[in-house]
Design a protein around this ligand. Structure first.
Ligand code: AMP
Length: 286
């Protein structure tokens, strides 16, 4: 396994493999790797000849008041996790390499970047779309792997790839959870053990929402949202709910009446447990 820090060097390697007909599978990450990340790496290994993982904490997707500085980082641990998982190349650029001072271009996927997480975190998805577009041009993958954990990010990236005609496939992989249901996340390292117990209520509440829709056939989205909130609050005393929304999984438009909707349902949720902000979601065919 090799670590590449320079864009030009990564592009040379990518050109070589493309030229000899090898498929590159790409897993973009911000590091502090866990089983959610390695599940994407495993899938990339299964389906490609070469696997590239990027490790880059992207400053442009954090708001000024967010946790960019304290975001957990442990490159050595990530290095060994990638080596164990059979990764071929880690792309690990500096901020200056990715964003030289003369840099002026931003990529915005309109409309679907402005709801849910985008509403709570203005400009977040412009940061995400810009860095992902750059990474696609640097790593030149055949397939790029993203997690369902970040549901809106998955929708935004699929739209980006379609609209800008990137010559690659996007593969969305299932959310990997702790035994108690808590979705794995690098930010879970901010949680105390008791907070982790409370945070498991998020998955419980989402499952209750899914049950009300799929099994009980309740069609009023607002009453389901209310019930999800109740389950969450009754299982986690330190929870502060930011939003719970029920939307479609393509345009992220709110669904009010589920009886007249037949596509994929996305229940998204953001909540703070203590001072840690967590997101989670469930997507399912109705
Ligand atoms: P991050 O390092 O948090 O930016 O995540 C990098 C990639 O891993 C993104 O595509 C995430 O959606 C994905 N990911 C993060 N957590 C999980 C998880 N628990 N299960 C599956 N994928 C995940």
């Amino acid at each position: 396994m090799k670590v590449i820090k320079e864009i030009a060097a990564m592009q040379d390697v990518a050109d070589y493999f493309r030229c000899v007909g090898k498929k590159i599978g790409f897993v973009p990450t911000m590091g502090f790797l866990h089983k959610g990340h390695t599940s994407l790496i495993d899938k990339a290994k299964e389906e490609n000849d070469i696997v590239v993982v990027s490790i880059f904490v992207n400053p442009t997707q954090f708001l000024p008041n967010e946790d960019f500085d304290k975001y957990p980082r442990d490159f050595l641990k990530d290095y060994f996790a990638c080596e164990k998982a059979g990764v071929d190349y880690i792309f690990h650029p500096s901020v200056e390499e990715m964003y030289p001072a003369k840099n002026k271009t931003k990529v915005t996927v309109t409309e679907i970047s402005d709801t849910l997480e985008g509403k709570a975190r203005p400009n977040h998805f412009t940061g995400v779309a810009t860095v992902v577009a750059k990474l696609f041009n640097i790593v030149k993958p055949s397939v790029a792997y993203f997690g369902q954990k970040d549901a809106q990010q998955a929708v935004v990236i699929k739209q980006l790839v379609e609209d800008l005609n990137f010559d690659l496939k996007v593969s969305i992989c299932p959310t990997i959870r702790e035994d108690n249901g808590l979705a794995m996340s690098s930010r879970n390292s901010y949680l105390s053990d008791s907070n982790k117990d409370e945070a498991s209520a998020i998955y419980k509440a989402l499952l209750e929402g899914k049950k009300l829709i799929s099994e009980n056939k309740i069609s009023d989205a607002n009453s389901i949202i209310g019930k999800i909130g109740e389950v969450l609050k009754s299982n986690a005393k330190n929870v502060e709910i930011e939003y719970v929304e029920i939307t479609d999984n393509t345009d992220l438009k709110k669904i009010y009446d589920l009886s007249s909707y037949n596509g994929e349902v996305l229940i998204s949720l953001a909540a703070k447990i203590g001072s840690t902000r967590l997101i989670d979601n469930l997507v399912f065919a109705k």
